[in-house]
Design a protein around this ligand. Structure first.
Ligand code: A3P
Length: 310
């Protein structure tokens, strides 16, 4: 049996084909990964060296990754982009400004050279906590995690898979798999639990945010994020409306109407598929009462006694 930490890149293909698969997914250390990105997962785990100043954002797919990328980029780089009319978010999709580690930078044959990235480096990954490279776990770098109500996450995932031709399953089949834990970087509950536990043990290192909270009170959470990252908004910035400006710049309405976010592809995804409705509770339009109850029951059981609620 191949030991993945000793693999050389030439052995990745054999290792990956030895993993259990269901549809487009391969099972690796208890989680389901799109097979297409498995080599990126292995290479990222093996080669990434965290810096103490890194800011890493972690998300399961479809919980608002694109939004969080925009927010973190805008907060961290705000001093360099005071003129919002010339802000990089106006001309670049957030996934270009904050690259994915396993889906993008490491998902190629050569190990990427990350030296051109200025400090603090801002990267993103969908990996669950337990599977992060050792250098990340041993580092004091900051980790921002975002998660979302499972019903909206599932509905968002379904639309995304369909629009990008990433599934041949029906809505019902996709739902059943999601409930069995078979979804991109799933089981979804285990993904959330992995970061939730870490944030309780190390609150200065891992900040967990919820899509619904961010949507309801963006300015409060933008302040929280900046504080957590050690770049709090000054009184002057607050009175000048900087927090509000960033919140508006990153809002669904604003970003989704920009030309750069209306067409084209990024990392095998249609850019337009990243902006669908951006609302809380859209699941009522898609899930039957039975499906809704099934998810309630699963998540109630999985999150029992953890303090996590939806
Ligand atoms: P819906 O499909 O429910 O509309 P990800 O970026 O992780 O792929 O998540 C995609 C989801 O986030 C989609 O949800 C998308 O519409 C929503 N989204 C994208 N940009 C957003 C923004 N600026 N504010 C709020 N939600 C956003």
């Amino acid at each position: 049996h191949l030991q993945e930490d000793q693999l050389i890149p030439e052995q990745y293909v054999d290792f990956i084909s030895s993993l259990p698969t269901i549809g487009f997914y391969s099972q690796y250390r208890g989680f389901w990964f799109p097979t297409l990105f498995m080599q990126g997962v292995l290479s990222f785990q093996k080669h990434f060296q965290a810096h103490e100043t890194d800011i890493l954002m972690m998300t399961p797919p479809k919980v608002g990754t694109t939004w969080l990328k925009a927010i973190l980029f805008a907060i961290v780089n705000r001093k360099n982009h005071l003129d919002l009319q010339k802000h990089p978010l106006l001309t670049n999709n957030p996934h270009i400004l904050v690259p994915y580690l396993e889906l993008h930078l490491y998902n190629k044959k050569e190990v990427p050279d990350l030296t051109p990235f200025p400090s603090p480096r801002l990267f993103s990954t969908h990996l669950p906590y337990a599977l992060l490279p050792t250098s990340v776990k041993n580092s004091t770098c900051k980790i921002v995690y975002l998660y979302r109500n499972p019903k909206d996450t599932f509905v968002s995932l379904w639309h995304f898979l369909e629009k990008n031709g990433m599934t041949t399953d029906s809505f019902e089949e996709t739902f059943d798999k999601f409930c069995q834990g078979v979804s991109s970087f799933g089981p979804y509950w285990d993904h959330i639990l992995s970061y939730w536990k870490e944030s309780l043990e190390n609150p200065q290192r891992v900040l967990c945010l919820r899509y619904e909270e961010l949507k309801e009170q963006p300015t409060i959470h933008l302040k929280r994020i900046a504080e957590f990252l050690g770049c709090s908004f000054s009184l002057e910035e607050e009175t000048n409306g900087m927090i509000n400006d960033i919140s508006k710049l990153c809002s669904f309405d604003y970003l989704s109407k920009l030309e750069v976010n209306k067409s084209g592809t990024t990392h095998n995804m249609k850019i337009e598929s990243l902006f669908r409705r951006g609302e809380v509770g859209d699941w009522v339009n898609y899930l039957t009462p039975q499906m809704s109850k099934k998810l309630d029951d699963i998540f109630k059981e999985k999150f029992h006694g953890t303090g996590l609620t939806f």
